[in-house]
Design a protein around this ligand. Sequence first.
Ligand code: HEC
Length: 243
Amino acid sequence: MNSRRTTAAVILAVTVAGAVLPPLLGAADLPTAQHHLAHSALIAGAVFAGVLFALPSRDTQVGHYGWLLTATLAPIAAMLLMWPSKYTWFEVHPAGHVVEHLGLVGLGFLSGYAGQRYAAGIGWASGLSLFAMAFASAWGFGVAPPGAIAASVSPHATKAGSAVAGPPDPVRGKTLFAQNCAACHGSNGGGGQGPSLLHERERKSFTLAQQWIIDPAPPMPKLYPASLSRTDVRDVAAYVEQL
Ligand code: HEC
């Protein structure tokens, strides 16, 4: 392995670490826009490593067309991986999130590497197009309906499925608790048909409490997203953490 490929391997290793560690450490609560920026940074690292690994490419000669096909299809596959409807699923399943990130890194690397194997410059072009798509999606391009960007900035307008911006509001959570939870958990959270939620923060972190409310075990009913929005879940969890 020459030093160029060593550099490529180091960049790839750093990128993979950046893909794997944050979801496992519970960083899934990033606002959607920042999350996409993080994705585009991962892709940039992977593309760079891929091109670096393939260099020096055939400057005059053109490689097998299969490389071109791969360099065209890889960014499209990566785009499908960033499909937004699965955000909450990823919040609840950190391992799935890691797999998604690794898929992005792998496909980014492939875009750069395969493109560069086809002809000089194609790796950059393919990688750049993928990076541009991920970067643009941070601002709502292609993945979010109009208005969703404004919604992700305004704390109370967030719709189910998108990440939640702004600080949690436990006072609002208290009202939601009275309406949705008190029948089972008692009006002050002391328990009833459902268990007591006093000192719940010692059993579940804020993130875990939200994950539980999003995807509870029976007999507790699944109130999200039919009765509770993503913001409601956040606020009611913030209230529960204070009990
Ligand atoms: C129909 C009754 C019912 C309603 C309504 C309900 N829960 Fe529950 N909840 C339960 C039951 C029963 C459990 C225990 C389930 C288990 O442990 O398998 C539970 C468990 C929990 C836990 C986990 C407790 C632990 O073991 O750490 C939390 C947190 C919680 N509920 C919060 C809420 C919140 C917040 C709401 C309102 C948004 C709510 N629940 C609405 C019945 C209910």
